[in-house]
Design a protein around this ligand. Sequence first.
Ligand code: PXP
Length: 239
Amino acid sequence: MPGLAVNVDHVATLREARKINIPDPVAAAAMVELAGADGVVVHLREDRRHIQDRDVRILRETVKTKLVLEMGATSEMLAIALEIKPDMVTLVPEKREELTTEGGLDLHFHGDVIADAVKTLQQGGIPVSLFIDPDLDQIKLAHKMDADCVEIHTGSFCDAPSAKKRAKAFDAVVKSVRFANKLKLGINAGHGLGYQTIKAFKGLSEIDEFSIGHSIIARAVFVGLERAVKEMIALIKEL
Ligand code: PXP
């Protein structure tokens, strides 16, 4: 059964809306672990719009499952990762003006920078996942640069404006997952996944872990965090 890593950035977004100390993503991380999640994900952005350095440092001390740090491949973030030593780093593209991570990494265009970052992190003992679009060329490049894992961007599938486009986007996800599996890469999937869209992944057993944030935190506002996590785990169990 694929695992579930829960992204708690949105708890920090709510905190930063008031610039005070509640709600605390560290408390949220403990709760998602108690509810059965297999990992906690945080994205430390260059502009610190939600997760703060303090959060990552405390989470390193408190997370019992697995701490995944999402970050851009900048020298500042590499230094932080090497000091904090998360259980995995997921390298993502980052633009200041975006609301959330938009596309996957372009390993053609930024190949050298990403390959160097992969090497630096791995030499520091940190496994590296690359967040990429469902594109076979990108997977080939990720394999070539010895990434431990790829995270397949599921946004085009989840946000597709029509059934036809959704089916096409999902087909690309399936092909990418199968190809990455052939290359013996670890396989995560995420972005935009929710309580309906997750059901499409039935039978795609090559996926190691789903990385989900917004839909779980949004549901938690109404039903509580424990129930929101448990309901997602129950759906993943059925895949
Ligand atoms: N994976 C990556 C690489 C992301 O950047 C994000 C968003 O922070 C997610 C997964 C989770 O996406 P969502 O919040 O839409 O579930």
